[in-house]
Design a protein around this ligand. Structure first.
Ligand code: NAP
Length: 360
């Protein structure tokens, strides 16, 4: 027995989900792993990418900004430290990551035929940085407004990883912003029925805007879309009203459940068939649940969602609602997110003003 244990272990067999890169704990897949092997060389079932920029998940970026008092140098230090510790940009506080944009440098032999892109193609990853091995050379710059981090780095995509080649008709930074939250409009398209009421919390953020646009298209003129966010005069809130993407915009802090509750009878007289939570702060589960009708659906896209707060909160207020975890992946999600922008030129202009017209 001892002799067997003492035998040196060879390299792990390459696995389509990337388990061969997991350093600890044994048995985990990369997303759940504490630490990954981030060696920047592609194995036979991997794609090696030269990374230009990270788009940090909003919940993670907000947490890092708060911890760093908005000092970009301190945020950079946090990112460098996280990647050094874990081999991936997996925020240990929020548990969330983001995505990257870069170029394919090398495609492992097993993936040549099925990869769907060539070496040199410019792509955006559609899987979380929390499962992406990342070898970070340096942080070049941080844009506090858009959570974009320019870097020199290499990343590995596994055989199962989704990625999108960047569209020629949409600026890179805009595509990156929309692709980051592509699951939200795709799920709203599935869940919002004609004539129904949809409430979007965090309506004037990136996913909220795309969710409102999709909801408007799905519910039609006979349905109702209500947006909720703390600042009713933000550029996003103004745009939502001007474009008629919402029938009403409620200025409210969804953490203040009691205040929100007093507004609900007047502003959402017919409770929502579908509530979409797109906020980037914790503590909004109960407000979401209370905006939904009995047997309605609450779709928690937010990475700040607590399972216990949602499950026990619903139980505590006696609400029989279906609660859905916001899967980052839905079939066709990248196309749906980009098409939502293409079919709303003013929303596309807003994203271009916010994230930049550059193709870099
Ligand atoms: P974002 O652009 O930063 O938007 C966040 C929105 O939440 C803003 O409208 C913000 O309003 C609003 N908000 C903040 N505090 C609020 C409060 N107390 N009450 C009501 N609204 C509040 O973020 P995003 O990129 O759309 O991401 C939204 C969420 O989705 C984040 O939690 C992110 O981590 C998550 N996410 C999930 C997935 C997934 O796969 N499920 C993928 C990507 C992102 P102000 O601007 O006025 O603060």
């Amino acid at each position: 027995m001892t002799a067997l244990l003492d035998q040196p272990r060879g390299p792990k067999k390459a696995c389509r989900y990337g388990s061969h890169r997991v350093l600890e704990p044994a048995g985990a897949l990369p997303q759940a792993a504490w630490r990954l092997d981030n060696t920047p060389a592609a194995r036979e079932n991997e794609i090696l990418c030269d990374v230009e920029a990270l788009s940090i998940d909003s919940a993670s970026f907000r947490q890092m900004r708060d911890a760093a008092n908005d000092d970009p140098a301190k945020i950079a230090e946090q990112i460098v430290a996280t990647v050094a510790l874990r081999g991936k940009q997996h925020n240990p506080v929020t548990g969330s990551g983001g995505m990257f944009v870069g170029r394919i440098l090398n495609i492992g032999a097993q993936l040549h035929a099925q990869c769907g892109a060539e070496v040199g193609a410019r792509i955006a990853s559609l899987v979380s940085l929390t499962l992406t091995p990342l070898a970070l050379e340096r942080v070049i710059g941080i844009d506090l407004e858009t959570a974009r981090v320019d870097v020199e780095a290499r990343a590995i995509l596994f055989a199962c990883a989704q990625f999108a080649t960047l569209p020629p008709d949409i600026p890179t930074r805009v595509a990156l912003a929309a692709l980051d939250v592509a699951g939200a409009p795709a799920q709203v398209r599935r869940l919002a029925a004609r004539g129904s009421t949809v409430v979007v919390i965090g309506a004037d953020g990136k996913s909220g805007l795309l969710a409102c646009a999709q909801a408007r298209m799905q519910v039609g003129a006979e349905g109702r879309v209500v947006g909720i966010a703390p600042n009713g005069s933000s550029r996003g809130a103004v745009l939502l009203r001007e474009l008629g993407l919402v029938d009403d915009f409620v200025e409210a802090d969804a953490r203040d459940t009691e205040s929100l509750l007093t507004m609900v009878p007047e502003r959402i007289p017919r409770l929502a068939d579908l509530v979409v939570n797109c906020v980037n702060v914790p503590g909004t589960e109960l407000a979401s649940i209370l905006c939904a009708r009995d047997e309605g659906t609450v779709y928690f896209f937010s990475m700040c969602t607590s399972f216990t707060a949602a499950a026990l909160g619903a139980e505590g207020v006696g609400k029989d609602v279906t609660m859905i975890v916001g899967n980052g992946y839905a079939k066709g999600h990248a196309q749906i997110a980009l098409d939502t922008l293409r079919s709303h030129p003013r929303l596309l202009s807003y994203f271009t003003d916010t994230y930049g017209a550059s193709t870099a």
